[in-house]
Write a new protein. Sequence first.
Length: 256
Amino acid sequence: MIHPTAIVSPEAIIGENVTIGPYTVIGDDVTIGAHTTIGAHAVIDCHTTIGEHCQIFQFASIGAAPQSLKYQGEPTRAVIGNYTIIREFATVNRGTTEGGGVTRVGDYNLLMAYSHVAHDCQTGHHTILANVATLAGHIVLGNHVTVGGLVAIHQFVRVGDYAFIGGKSAVVKDIPPFVIAAGDRATLHGLNTVGLSRQGFSPEALARLKKAYRIVFRIGLTLKEAIERVKAEVEMTEEVACFVGFLQNSERGITR
């Protein structure tokens, strides 16, 4: 299952039924899970772990050294979850010691062509990065996040669960869960109603989130005032608590 032109380090650990295409390079201290397929001319650099049932297409670069001037060759890692698809020319860099040492891509992710995941980023599960979506360092994406094509996200930004970021956006502040954001600089455009419905959120859950969103962003309250009013007027279900908790824990500030 390994093409004779591929270069595979003797220190790499290759799982069962792994396919490695022609001219691909697998570095030292690399672990590749069972049933993963790696296309031609891909490079899996040192200190990288790839999960099971992944698909890595030709010319992808996984686990290269971070693009950080502070990096001095420390043995940091890149970790790719299970069932993740990484398309052509996508890049995932290793972490830095300052940022925790690990860049992590979750399970069931789709990284489309030319997308970039920089050092110390953490993505949740079922996340999509469309073509040329770019994550700068130390970014955290929640679960079921969709990042549109040509989007650039600033360092240290957090994006909450089920958020949708429209194409060609520049994101410089945190994006709350369950919302749509778009623009340069990105602004909010309401709840991600279609996406939430497709994910099985009930009409009652959507109504509660809409009420919370309206209180926070539509009636001119300060964030502290809005959060207190949400707690007083909206049933604190799991999704509302997630929304409020994200707002309370923001350090960069919230996209409005």
